[in-house]
Design a protein around this ligand. Structure first.
Ligand SMILES: Cc1cc2nc3c(=O)[nH]c(=O)nc-3n(C[C@H](O)[C@H](O)[C@H](O)COP(=O)(O)OP(=O)(O)OC[C@H]3O[C@@H](n4cnc5c(N)ncnc54)[C@H](O)[C@@H]3O)c2cc1C
Length: 463
């Protein structure tokens, strides 16, 4: 433990947040020393402030002692963002968990960072409004973490990702100053757009303590469809046909054959698709009833023209939920293939999804690995899951080689190494594959302007 992090320092922390909200016992440090990536270092202390003033006071104290600070939401991140790389203090925002306002007239919600995404959605839907960003983790992840990662989900193709919904923020800077950006208005061009600099900044520029979110009217009805295909090429052709038919579905999820088998095993059902299925699309259109009926018909024709082996439409809400359950359980079900997954949320221009699958096929053969894939076909954002046995060092080494080859291939396809999970420390070594030295240098200058002593979430994003 670094010298400053002794009993005297903990007493000072306790003077800010009270002793019960400073945790230094081993069990807590272990719990906050990991996120969904399941790697990282434990913090020396976990602090649970109650409000913005306490967050700012903790930040100033840590700053005076040059102690690293790591902001944390629900800890569902896949890249180690909420996990220390240098020990120090984790600031968990879990006591800032209130929906402060749902302003129906202005179509905005004002929330503290630790509101669970799904709970916000349910609250606004009760009054006929809609908060579209829907990461599959929505029943656990919180809005602060979603904003810091710019989370996306199936609805991104039609509705956009978290950044399209953030209108304003309150942020504690690494210096302990508190700034407010944006506001309840949709139009605002005064000064730099700091709001969107914080969105996706992975807790490296400031700690978000309040968020103003844009809402939209809740679409009154949806139609959910499932289409199966012999291979990924046919499924991608269906997506292209759908766009040509001038339909922008609320969701276009692609699931490959290996992932389907895993989820069938996990849900203990014999099969989820006709024999010989190499790819499945889960599609949803939403809006007012006549438009939904028309769009669902166009989607069915587009899939049939691409050679779908079967197209089913959910008959009621229970059937719709059942179709979505398959998608939501995908991530967890991959443990049926192997206990550990390296989950990569790469993106390519959507017409190049077949080239991405060809690349993955080559990696499977060359590195002798199991690599199920699924994801958001409308955005070209495909989750490539390299499955490994944690006790097989040789397999892990092959997986790391495959990882680099995957990222190189994705960049060559004019794609990106991360569409939604961010960089954290897990992907930091690969950033130079995508960003030039000049771009990285500019980002580092920005980081220094916000955080001259590099105390906020050090070791993240930059190689
Ligand atoms: C089963 C599963 C499915 C998932 N599906 C998706 C998906 O579909 N789409 C998607 O985008 N992601 C997905 N994820 C990844 C993850 O849920 C998202 O990245 C989510 O936004 C993280 O939220 P969190 O509250 O858990 O944040 P954390 O993991 O706690 O933190 C994430 C990052 O945000 C920073 N941070 C947290 N709170 C603040 C704050 N108040 N101020 C400043 N920085 C902060 C942290 O320092 C860290 O860098 C999934 C994860 C799991 C486990």
């Amino acid at each position: 433990m670094r010298a400053a992090l002794g009993p005297a320092f903990f007493t000072k922390l306790a003077a800010i947040v009270s002793a019960q909200h400073v945790k230094i016992d081993d069990a807590v440090r272990v719990a906050y020393g990991a996120d969904a990536l399941k790697r990282g270092r434990q913090p020396d202390a976990v602090v649970l402030p109650a409000n913005t003033e306490e967050v700012a006071a903790v930040v100033r104290l840590c700053g005076r002692h040059r102690i690293p600070i790591v902001p944390r939401g629900a800890g569902t991140g896949y890249t180690g963002g909420a996990v220390p790389t240098h020990g120090g203090v984790v600031i968990s925002l879990e006591r800032l968990n209130r929906i402060l306002e749902i302003d129906e007239a202005n179509l905005v919600a004002v929330v503290e960072p630790h509101v669970v995404t799904g709970a916000l959605q349910a609250a606004v839907e009760k009054v006929g409004l809609f908060y579209p960003p829907d990461p599959a983790s929505l029943n656990e992840s919180v809005i602060g973490g979603n904003v810091a990662e710019c989370a996306g989900g199936p609805r991104a193709f039609k509705y956009g990702t978290t950044k399209q919904y953030v209108l304003g923020l309150e942020v504690v800077l690494p210096t302990g100053e508190v700034v407010r950006t944006g506001g309840k208005v949709v139009k605002n061009v005064v000064g730099y757009d700091l709001t969107h600099l914080f969105v996706g900044s992975e807790g490296t520029l400031g700690i978000i303590t309040r968020i103003i979110l844009r809402l939209v009217p809740r679409p009154p009805v949806q139609a959910t469809l499932r289409a199966t295909f012999r291979d990924v090429e046919a499924a991608v052709q269906a997506v292209i046909n759908i766009i040509r038919a001038r339909v922008v579905p609320a969701a276009v999820e692609l699931i490959d054959g290996d992932s389907l088998e895993a989820v069938a095993q996990y849900l203990q059902v014999r099969s989820l698709a006709p024999g010989g299925t190499g790819a499945m699309l889960l599609l949803e259109v939403d809006g007012v009833p006549p438009a939904v009926a028309e769009e669902a018909t166009r989607v069915e024709s587009a899939c049939a023209e691409a050679g779908a082996t079967e197209v089913l439409r959910a008959g009621d809400e229970a059937e719709r939920q059942e179709l979505w359950r398959v998608r939501r359980e995908l991530s967890r079900s991959l443990k049926m293939i192997a206990p550990l997954k390296y989950n990569h949320d790469v993106v390519v221009p959507k017409g190049r999804i077949p080239s991405l699958f060809a690349l993955v096929h080559r990696l499977r053969e060359e590195y002798r690995l199991r690599i199920p894939c699924f994801g958001h076909a409308g955005d070209g954002n495909i989750h490539v899951n390299i499955m490994v046995d944690p006790n097989d060092a040789a397999e892990i080494a092959r997986a790391h080689e495959a990882e680099r080859a995957l990222f190189e291939g994705v960049v060559a396809l004019e794609g990106s190494i991360s569409g939604e999970h961010g960089i954290g420390f897990a992907k930091a070594p690969f950033v130079p594959l995508e960003l030039t030295a000049e771009t990285i240098a500019l980002m580092k200058r920005l980081k220094r302007a916000f955080d001259p002593d590099d105390i906020l979430n050090p070791g993240k994003i930059f190689p």
